[in-house]
Structures are given as structure tokens and as C-alpha cells.
Design a protein around this ligand. Structure first.
Ligand SMILES: Nc1nc2c(c(=O)[nH]1)N[C@H]1C(S)=C(S)[C@@H](COP(=O)(O)OP(=O)(O)OC[C@H]3O[C@@H](n4cnc5c(=O)[nH]c(N)nc54)[C@H](O)[C@@H]3O)O[C@H]1N2
Ligand SMILES: Nc1nc2c(c(=O)[nH]1)N[C@H]1C(S)=C(S)[C@@H](COP(=O)(O)OP(=O)(O)OC[C@H]3O[C@@H](n4cnc5c(=O)[nH]c(N)nc54)[C@H](O)[C@@H]3O)O[C@H]1N2
Ligand SMILES: [Mo]
Length: 767
């Protein structure tokens, strides 16, 4: 017998096909023009051999080891009953809270978890820790921390990076030229946080190309723009986009092409930027020839692009990746400055935006209603760190640091609880993190799978997957609400976060405050009704909950006309002032200048990164490693499923190399190599790619960390997790974002026997 259930994942809405209690397939959401290939991987993950069947406790911890100082990952786990696990968790939370204060409980738990807005793992954890007395959280995100901290100072809002951004509808109709920093790559368009019913990036890019929008792929990777776009490729050295934009700005000022009317009416500080570009203060004119030296792009092409931008209706866009790098604030600030010099901000289909290809739903028509969400509870500890300062927090309890104008101090972390995020995937310099991790007294991990994170825990709590629970799928960048129906029985003793956390709350005397005396159906109902109420206020009629649940989805029509960012402001800057101190676009920011940060001064500038192809360090580690988003997974999720496994070579994560770089090292397609620098090393399998700038290597993120010697930080990752190589340093004191993309490495042939991959099978447990 076949049963069908509507459902959703971050990689799309779908119908779950169930036979005999097993998920046997997925069917794409009706009407999705471009359903992600990733949907085929879901059954493998749900029924993977690495599913955690019951709670487990690390042997040493169970026997009383709370000293900290134990590198985790090398010891056996002991299965325990849920009652025991709940008691241990509640006692440990209470002990740390009472002895050290709630800020010593780190519950930031950054991560994507799963679609389904009620059983959202991280939000459930935050609610629990809030009613238990508080915790240290995390501010901003790994995606665009530097951008989202900077841009409110510059344009008074984050919308330019989170959306709504300039829509493709308008780009197709009005733009003639679209330089894309980081390209428009369809791979990343498979994903929307919360799940989406429509994947339209390919459709819109195709329409733009057919409409005659000239697309320019400014990236170290030719494949960052699909062939059908007919784009021109400007191969650029990673980390040098700011230099390119400065070279273009020089042409605009030197040749009288800058729109002084716009600059004067709508910005402040353009004179400082102009002086810097022309080299009036320091004698270094940022000419196209100067920019060629940094970027590797011929000066004539830089100048021609600048002139074309000034002559044509132009839309500038940059991938979020540009700011996930040392001094990542600068390319975003400089892109705004460049767009201001062109004077087209606020015109239909023109101006600037970020992330048009970073995620599905960016720049596509979307509903103006709030998405369904689980309300947060106030955190009594009122303690947080900028998201990517994780290792430093563990290394330097009480230590001072700067962030966005604040002088702050790290909490004294004694306990970490991760639920819905995987720091052993997402954080940089994992060997350093693992050393710092060892200082923590207790690590609790909630996970459906025995991934690397679960293996580095003290207490492991087995979570259900979305297929095992009822929920609502809803993404701010999509126009559907999806009834995510329970399609499978719970796996073994796995439990829903809401369910076991209510028991932990009860042990701490706070069950009713955690559940707010609602069960799951009551919560889903309440969340849906909030959206329906908001819709009603905007004259949009939605069916009641029971109809929605029965139908399986509802569609909320997007506005007929695309909103145009900054249109009102550009028409009348005084009447529609921006939310910046001057009310205008700040090409010079008194506020930021006032912070006195040498790594983020008052206007955009070029900083030579410590790690890029022009750095002295490149003599030792001559390849720039980009760690991009994986085509075959979402981060570390689905790594154990068919698409990801099929992409590996000898079981190793691929590393893409230019044929000449490979030949210079005696390497051929399919060879296993050791990728290394002075932070760590991993194995990988060579894939040759002509369309790479020489000197650039690319690995996807997300291969599960598989140390040759578990429990010994610094050990070779035999599988190919590139975050053993990346550097862990804040973008600047302003944004404190991650700098993953600034990373130099070397590659050599691996001549020993290739060790087995162990992380895709469950770990040994003690009887
Ligand atoms: N080098 C490098 N590193 C990067 C990046 C990069 O470009 N380069 N990109 C960064 C970016 S942009 C991001 S957003 C991060 C992503 O980092 P993460 O969001 O941490 O990565 P995920 O693999 O999605 O982790 C989600 C975890 O939640 C678990 N999970 C899923 N559903 C449930 C559930 O219902 N309950 C529980 N308890 N757990 C669940 C999954 O098994 C998985 O382990 O990575 C960052 N890291
Ligand atoms: N399939 C899939 N899609 C995803 C995700 C996933 O895990 N899998 N993750 C999602 C998440 S959480 C996020 S935040 C977004 C991230 O979206 P992005 O940040 O846009 O994605 P990346 O893959 O890091 O980078 C995009 C491209 O930028 C180029 N690039 C890197 N450095 C530079 C540079 O210095 N200059 C220029 N000009 N180009 C550069 C790389 O070649 C890369 O292919 O992706 C989302 N989409
Ligand atoms: Mo992200």
C-alpha cells in the first residue's frame, strides 16, 4: 500500500511516498518549475544506519568526569533510558546555572535545523533555556554577519541583503547590464530556509538573458554562471573585489562619469571616498592599473566595464560569499558606493542588491505576509556573542572584545547544548575549536544522526526527523504555507524536541511555561491563525486551519508590482529619509569612524588580506581555497545520502583544481590528495576544472569530520571537511563575521593506503 503525505524540507516542498512504514520516494511539489535534485536524497537520510536509536552518555562523563580538559570524540558511549537522560540534563543545567550563573550555559546553537516552524530545534531549545533561567545566545549568522552589521549604518536597513531585494521581474524589464560579483549560480538556489514551493532562479536568469540583459560573471569560477546565460567571465582573484570596484570608481571620477547630482542629493561622504580613490591623501591612485595588480583583471577591461555601467541601466549584485572573508564589510560597502556613483539607485530594475543567487527566493515575487513562526521567550540572562566568536568565547572566559561599537566580555562557558546546528560543520579552524571545546565541563547534543557533532558530546539525545512529526512549512521568501504531515512512525526511541524538552522543563519546575499549556495541534493551529489574522488585515482571505491542513498547502499571491527599494528616497531624500544618522546613504559614516577601528574605518577602503594570492604567506601555501556551498547537500545535512556519496572520489570529498595547478604537482583526475596548511589537513579527491582561475582550489563544505585519531585535535580528517583548513578570525571589529573564504593551502599526493571512512557508520557503544 502506498500512502502520500504533503511535506517540506529546506530543499523544497514535496510529497512523501510511504510504503510499509518506510519512506520510499519523494515527488516534487506540483507546479514547482525547477524542483531540486536534492529531494531524492531524503529517504536515505531518514532511514540511515547513523540514526541515533536512544539516549547515550559518554563513558567518562557518566563516571563523573566534569573537569573539562578532556578532548572528546575518542571515547565510547553508554546507552541510557530516557528517564535517566532527562534527569542528568536537568540536574546539570541546574548545577551550572546555580554555581556559575545562566550565562555559563551556552545555548546559541546556531544552525539551520530542519524546515517545520514549530519543531524548529533551535527555537525549542531557546524556549526551554529561557524558562530554565537563561543562557548565552548568538547574534547575527554565518551567512552574512558582516553585511548585516554594516548595512544598517550605511543604508539604514538590512533588507538589501536579506530581501526583499530588487526583483528579477524589474531587472528583466529594465536593466541592460548586470555585473554579478560571485556570479549567479543555480546550485545555491535549491535552498530556502523553511522550505519553498517554487524554485525560480533558473527561470528568471533565463528570462534576463533572453531579454538582452548583459550578464557579467565576476568570479574565480567560470561555472558560477550557467552557460545559457551567455555571460562574459571576468576571472578575479578571490578576496579582491573591493580593489576592482575602486578601480571602476576611479574611472567614474577621473572621466566625469560619476552622477554628482545623485551623490550630492542622496549621500554623505562621497568626497572622502573620491579623495581616497584618486589617492589625494596617500598618493596611491586606485586606478584600473592599480586594480589589475590586485585582481588580475586587465586594466582595460576594468575601465570598459566602468564606462558601460555609467552608460547603461545597470544592476549590481554581489554574492554573500564576498563578505564571508577577511574585512568582508569592505566589498559590500564599496558596492553601495559604486551604485551611488552610478546614480541609478531607486530606479526600477537598477541599483544594487546582495545575494540574488545566494538562496532561492532572492529577488523573486513573494508574499508580503509574515511567515508562520514559533514565538520566542525573553532570555533572562540577556547574554550573547557575535555568532562566529565561538572558539574565542571558549578560549578566553571573561576576555574583552569589540563588536559594532560595543566593548564586551565573553561569558565563562561551562555547559554547551547544541540542538539544530552543527559547529563541527560550520565553524572555521576546527582543530582550534576542538581544543577549546575540551575546556567545557558538559556538552549536550540533540541530533537525529551520529554525525561528528554527536560524537563529540557527553550527552546525546536522539531527535526525530520532520517526517516523524506534524508541522507547518513556511519561508519568508516563498508564497506557500505547507502542511507538513507526519508520514512515518518515530524511529526507535527518538523523540520530538518539544516532547522531551517539556520533560526537562518539568524536572526544573517549568513545564507549563515551556509548553504554554498547548499541545502540538494547538500550537500549529495558533501559528497558522497568526498568519491568517495578518492576511485578513491586508484583505487577503486564507482558508481556516482545517481546510489548510486538508488541502496540504495554501498559496498567498505576491503583489502584482515589484516593490522598488529606495524609490521613495531617491525621489525625495528629505521626505523619505533613510534610517541612518544623516538620513542619506553614508559613503562616509561618522558613527563607524567614531568607533576608531583600524580594521573598519569611516569609508570603504582596500585591505590586502593576510590570506589571498597576493599575500607573503602564498609563498608557503600557494593555493587559495574557496569553501563553497555544496551542490549535493545542505551544509552537512544529507552528506550520508546518495547524491553526496555519488560525488565523492574514493569516498573523499572532491577538490577542484585547475589542470595546470594539478600538473605542476604531478596530480591527475581522481587522485587522492592531502590538502594542508599550518592549521590542519584533510584528504580529498582531485577533480580537474579548466574554468578556474589558476591558483584557486574549490572544496564544498559539509563532509562530516572524520579524524584519523578521534579525540586528538589536529588529526588528519580522512574524509575532507575543509573547515580544518579555514581561519577563525573576525571579519573586523565591526561585524565580527566569519572569514572562511580567506584561506591559503597546499596540496600534495597522498601515497599511503587510503584510510576507511568511519563517520557514516554508527560509533561503537559500550554494552
Ligand atoms: N568554510 C566554510 N564554512 C561555512 C560556510 C562557508 O561558506 N565556508 N558557510 C557558513 C554558513 S553560510 C552557514 S549558514 C553554516 C551552516 O551551518 P549549520 O546550519 O550548522 O549546518 P547544518 O549542517 O545545516 O546543521 C544543522 C544540524 O541540525 C541537525 N538537525 C536537523 N533537523 C534537526 C532536528 O529536528 N532536531 C535536531 N536536534 N537536530 C536537527 C542536522 O542533523 C545538522 O547536524 O555553515 C557555515 N560554514
Ligand atoms: N545547494 C546548496 N545551496 C545552498 C546552501 C547549501 O548548503 N547547499 N547553503 C545556503 C546558505 S546557508 C547560504 S548562506 C547561501 C550562501 O550563498 P553564497 O555566499 O552566495 O554561496 P557560496 O557558495 O559561498 O559562494 C558563491 C560563489 O562565490 C564565489 N566566490 C567566493 N569567493 C569570492 C570572491 O572573493 N570574489 C568573488 N567575486 N567570488 C567569490 C565562489 O566561486 C562561489 O561559487 O547558500 C545557500 N544555498
Ligand atoms: Mo548560511
Amino acid at each position: 500500500m502506498t500512502d502520500l503525505f504533503p511535506h517540506a524540507a529546506h530543499w523544497g516542498a514535496f510529497t512523501a511516498v510511504v510504503e510499509g512504514g518506510r519512506l520510499v520516494g519523494t515527488r516534487p511539489f506540483p507546479g514547482d518549475p525547477n524542483p531540486p535534485a536534492l529531494l531524492a536524497s531524503i529517504p536515505d537520510a531518514v532511514h540511515a544506519p547513523t540514526r541515533i536509536d536512544r539516549p547515550h552518555v559518554r563513558q567518562g562523563w557518566l563516571h563523573g568526569d566534569r573537569r573539562g580538559g578532556t578532548p572528546r570524540g575518542g571515547e565510547r558511549f553508554v546507552p541510557v533510558a530516557w528517564d535517566t537522560a532527562i534527569r542528568l540534563v536537568a540536574e546539570e543545567l541546574a548545577r551550572v546555572r546555580d554555581a556559575h550563573g545562566p550565562a555559563s550555559i551556552f545555548g546559541g546553537s546556531y544552525g539551520w535545523a530542519s524546515a517545520g516552524r514549530f519543531h524548529h530545534a533551535r527555537q525549542q531549545l531557546h524556549r526551554l533555556l529561557s524558562v530554565a533561567g537563561g543562557y548565552t545566545g548568538q547574534l547575527t549568522n554565518y551567512s552574512y554577519a558582516a553585511g548585516m552589521t554594516l548595512l544598517p549604518h550605511i543604508v539604514g536597513t538590512n533588507d538589501v541583503v536579506t530581501g526583499p531585494v530588487v526583483e528579477w521581474r524589474d531587472i528583466v524589464a529594465h536593466a541592460k547590464l548586470m555585473p554579478c560579483f560571485g556570479g549567479i549560480l543555480l546550485r545555491n538556489g535549491q535552498i530556502t530556509a523553511g522550505g519553498a514551493g517554487r524554485h525560480e532562479m533558473a527561470t528568471w536568469l533565463d528570462r534576463a538573458a533572453r531579454a538582452g540583459v548583459r550578464l557579467v560573471n565576476i568570479s574565480p569560477v567560470r561555472g558560477d554562471m550557467p552557460g545559457f546565460a551567455g555571460a562574459e567571465w571576468l576571472p578575479i582573484r578571490p578576496g579582491t573585489d573591493t580593489a576592482l570596484m575602486l578601480g571602476m570608481a576611479h574611472v567614474l571620477f577621473a572621466e566625469g562619469l560619476a552622477d554628482h547630482g545623485f551623490l550630492t542629493r542622496c549621500t554623505v561622504g562621497w568626497q572622502q571616498v573620491r579623495a581616497y580613490v584618486l589617492g589625494e591623501a596617500d598618493g596611491i591612485a586606485r586606478t584600473p592599473a592599480w586594480a589589475e595588480g590586485e585582481t588580475g583583471i586587465p586594466a582595460a577591461r576594468i575601465a570598459a566595464l566602468a564606462r558601460d555601467c555609467a552608460a547603461l541601466p545597470t544592476m549590481l549584485t554581489a554574492a554573500w560569499s564576498l563578505q564571508r572573508a577577511e574585512r568582508g564589510e569592505q566589498p559590500f560597502w564599496m558596492l553601495v558606493a559604486l551604485a551611488a556613483m552610478l546614480g541609478q539607485i531607486g530606479r526600477r530594475g537598477c541599483g544594487f542588491g546582495f545575494g540574488h543567487a545566494s538562496m532561492n527566493g532572492m529577488g523573486t515575487p513573494q508574499s508580503a505576509l509574515p511567515s508562520a513562526s514559533l514565538p520566542a521567550l525573553p532570555n533572562p540572562a540577556n547574554s550573547w556573542i557575535p555568532v562566529a566568536r565561538l572558539t574565542e568565547m571558549l578560549e578566553r572566559p571573561g576576555g574583552a572584545y569589540d563588536y559594532n561599537g560595543h566593548r564586551l566580555h565573553y561569558p565563562d562557558t561551562r555547559l554547551m547544548w547544541w540542538c539544530g546546528g552543527n559547529p563541527l560543520h560550520h565553524h572555521q579552524d576546527l582543530n582550534r575549536l576542538l581544543r577549546a571545546w575540551a575546556r567545557t565541563e558538559t556538552v549536550i547534543v540533540s541530533e537525529p544522526w551520529w554525525n561528528s557533532l554527536a560524537r563529540h558530546a557527553d550527552i546525546v539525545l536522539p531527535a526525530t526527523t520532520t517526517l516523524e512529526r506534524d508541522d507547518i512549512g513556511s519561508a519568508g521568501r516563498d508564497r506557500f504555507l505547507i502542511a507538513m504531515k507526519r508520514a512515518l512512525p518515530r524511529f526507535a526511541q527518538a523523540r520530538d524536541e518539544f516532547d522531551y524538552m517539556a520533560d526537562v522543563a518539568e524536572a526544573l519546575g517549568a513545564r507549563d511555561r515551556f509548553t504554554q499549556q498547548r499541545d502540538v495541534p494547538a500550537w500549529l493551529h495558533a501559528m497558522y491563525e497568526r498568519v491568517r489574522g495578518a492576511a485578513g488585515r491586508q484583505q487577503v482571505a486564507l482558508p481556516d486551519f482545517d481546510r489548510f491542513w486538508e488541502q496540504g498547502s495554501v498559496e498567498i499571491a505576491p503583489p502584482a508590482e515589484a516593490p522598488v527599494p529606495f524609490a521613495d528616497f531617491a525621489a525625495d531624500p528629505a521626505a523619505a529619509a533613510l534610517n541612518t544618522p544623516s538620513g542619506r546613504i553614508e559613503l562616509f559614516s561618522e558613527t563607524i569612524a567614531g568607533f576608531g577601528y583600524d580594521d573598519c574605518p569611516g569609508h570603504p577602503v582596500w585591505f590586502a588580506p593576510r590570506e589571498y594570492l597576493g599575500a607573503p604567506r602564498a609563498a608557503r601555501f600557494p593555493l587559495h581555497l574557496l569553501t563553497s556551498q555544496p551542490p549535493t547537500r545542505l551544509h552537512s545535512q544529507l552528506d550520508q545520502a546518495r547524491m553526496s556519496l555519488a560525488s565523492k572520489l574514493h569516498g573523499r570529498e572532491p577538490i577542484r583544481l585547475h589542470p595546470d595547478d594539478a600538473a605542476a604537482r604531478g596530480l591527475a583526475e581522481g587522485d587522492v590528495v592531502r590538502v594542508f596548511n599550518d592549521r590542519g589537513a584533510c584528504l580529498a579527491g582531485v577533480v580537474l576544472e579548466e574554468g578556474l582561475l589558476r591558483g584557486v582550489a574549490v572544496m564544498s563544505t559539509g563532509a562530516w569530520l572524520d579524524p584519523l585519531h578521534p579525540g586528538e585535535p589536529g588529526s588528519l580528517c580522512v574524509h575532507g571537511n575543509p573547515n580544518v583548513l579555514t581561519q577563525d578570525v573576525g571579519t573586523s571589529r565591526l561585524g565580527q563575521g566569519p572569514s572562511a573564504h580567506s584561506c591559503l593551502v597546499e596540496v600534495e599526493a597522498w601515497r599511503d593506503a587510503v584510510p576507511p571512512i568511519r563517520v557514516h557508520a554508527p560509533p561503537g557503544t559500550a554494552a
